[in-house]
Design a protein around this ligand. Structure first.
Ligand SMILES: [Zn+2]
Ligand SMILES: [Zn+2]
Length: 114
């Protein structure tokens, strides 16, 4: 059985969204027959607003929700500049730790070097 990505239209916000082959496979494995009628944003918005009377038809409140969760940050010393680096994992000492400045410098230097 092979699946191909499909573009569907959300019935809530009328935006096109992709129903990927992976999702189709997952769907089929769960025994679902119907294609999703809403985009992932609207689906999670509906989930989040479950319990309320529903009826959010006008889009307009922000999507996402990732910035809500706060991760514990550990303090370490940046191996590049020596400033304080805050990292979301416990520094172990066998790997260099970078502050956010040096980290983004490292990442950008690989693609665009100036
Ligand atoms: Zn939608
Ligand atoms: Zn640094």
């Amino acid at each position: 059985m092979s699946y191909a990505d499909k573009t569907l239209t959300c019935r809530d916000c009328s935006q096109a969204f992709v129903f990927t082959s992976g999702e189709q496979e997952f769907h089929a494995s769960k025994g679902f027959q119907n294609e999703p009628s809403r985009c992932p944003d609207c689906r999670s918005a509906r989930k989040a607003s479950r319990g309320e009377s529903g009826g959010y038809s006008s889009g307009g409140y922000g999507s996402g929700g990732y910035d809500r969760q706060e991760r514990q940050m550990f303090s370490a010393t940046c191996s590049e500049c020596g400033n304080e680096a805050r990292v979301p994992f416990q520094p172990r000492g066998d790997k260099p730790v970078y502050c956010s400045d040096c980290f983004s410098k490292q990442r950008s230097s690989s693609s665009s070097y100036r």
